[in-house]
Design a protein around this ligand. Sequence first.
Ligand code: CU
Ligand code: CU
Length: 657
Amino acid sequence: MSTALRQPTRRRRTRNHALVGLALLVMGVANGPVVTRAAETAYTDYRHSRPAYMKAYGKWDTAELPEGFRARAIHSALLYTGDVLLVAGSGNNQQSFDSGTFETVLWNPVTGAAKHIDTPEDLFCGGHAYLPNGNLLVAGGTKKYEVLADKVEEAAGVLTLKNESETEDVTLPKGTEFTGPTGLSYRSTEKVVVPAAHKMADYSLMAGAADVWIQAEGKGDEYVSTGGKRFTVTGASAEESTTLYGTADSVTHKKQDYRGLDASYIFDVKKEKYVKTGRLTMARWYPTLISTNGGNILAVSGLDEHGRIIDGNNEMYERSRREWYDKEDLHRFFPTYPQLFRLRDGRLFYSGANTGYGSTSKGRQPGIWDLEDNSFQKVTGLRDPEMNETATSFLLPPVQSQKVAMVGGGEVGDGSKATNRFDVADLTKMQPTYKPGVDLPGQARYVSAVTLPDDTVLLTGGSSDYRGRGQSDLHSSRLYHAESGRLAHAAPNEVGRDYHSTALLLPDGRVMTMGSDPLYSDKEGKMPGRFETRIEIYTPPYLHTGTRRPQITEAPKAVQRGTTFHVEATSRHGIVKARLMRPSAVTHQTDTEQRSVAVDITSHCPAGDTTGDCCKGGCDLDLSLDKREGIAPSGAYMLMLDDKLGVPSKAAWIWVE
Ligand code: CU
Ligand code: CU
């Protein structure tokens, strides 16, 4: 290959230099080069930098956050300012958790400006969704890290306390001593309030109940207690112990799961800080948050404050009151981080994909959940239905097609089984079912799916085994063409992305990928993994055509659903498509925000003009927006216009009301 020999003089970094040169905006904070050299071999670097290659497959560039700002991008959200919010919290790092070091970084991918945001609690593995005003509601997080069985010394578990006194709540401080069924001692690790009993409609007495975590005073197996035996408060009289007592099903030396937090904050984009709201009614670790018609936000699933999977209790954030309310009428069980999508009529589609916890059988059925009456319509036909853990699902562009794809995924637990499945459900059908689409080249978990303004979807990264085990990170990307169902090659991502990786569309039409939390750093699985903090930015083929991009010269600040609005642009090749791209807020391949809304171009070129030449000297476009809230939920969007060659403009931010 003689071309390989010529490469050193031909390396082209023009794009990157242009980026770096783009003024380091002053935020009173660190700035750094936005794009640095990819650690590719010289040959692939050359091959992948040839114009013809980039035009066909796009181009990846590696970037580094400035020193001191390399946050673990477990949660990533594109804000309407163009900044990217990277939330790590304790970042899956026990030491950071123990020292109370919780991290959030605000980064501007154009200027490279970075800023630390005060993070009041450990938001690691919470959920998030946008409010109609563009602020991000973040709820849930980590109260305590897991303790593996070999690290558990004293038997411990949940004690369910009962209060049969009708007159008073009972408060037991942290460290309260309990006497177990065989006379041994245990202590609570937190304060608990056990509410008073109350009379039921039939005048029977319902004891007040509350759970508290207890730990044995000694290390032996004699402290293990299962099967709901009775515990009492040490020192209480026999009479007192008839009205206040506890039972424990599982005080053991078993692994203790991560415990959820009831934190809830608004990330205020203008103030660039977290603002407190009312707390969740239940602590949640790995919840999914999704905004619903009307702009309130539903929180679903998660592990509770004691590390148990929540048994179907869901709750709603009411934005006018800034409070969370238990939704007893929406009781429904999902595994943790269920992937939910709002449909055109306001119902929610559960694709079946999730990440984290849940049994193999319960809550695994995909379907459409009607929040009006809590009914659930099953969607059948999904292949490999036992491999929905760490799968990826997304609404096909444009969202009006009401199709959802389900890509890859693995078995429940940490086994190696995974699938290359790519199935699509058409949810406009009376009885929707999944149908086989075009399968991935190999089995994959943790694939990132990013919808682009030309109705393609970038599928990138992931790993074939659990958390990249055996160095199974996939250096492979594809462009899925939603209309034809074709899967086209794309330039391979350089950086591996598995667990705790995220990706999102940027306002300039590029894609940013970040994070990754492999279990090991070596093939044999002997060395602990290292969290990936490099960023990689993908420039799709549509930015390598060599032609000038369409440019939006005038657009309204806000538009109402169901109305027509006026936009002006310049373009060499006409304007054939308009899309409102909802910015992503993603974690664990779960993104309830991302969607591409087609906007009809009602006045365009004069009738019969198919050349697009009418745009010379400026295109006047009348765009009419869908009237359904379930298609275009209120909030900030990126308006992008595509020309005849499929080249998109940079975004103009528009508020949908
Ligand atoms: Cu996680
Ligand atoms: Cu035109």
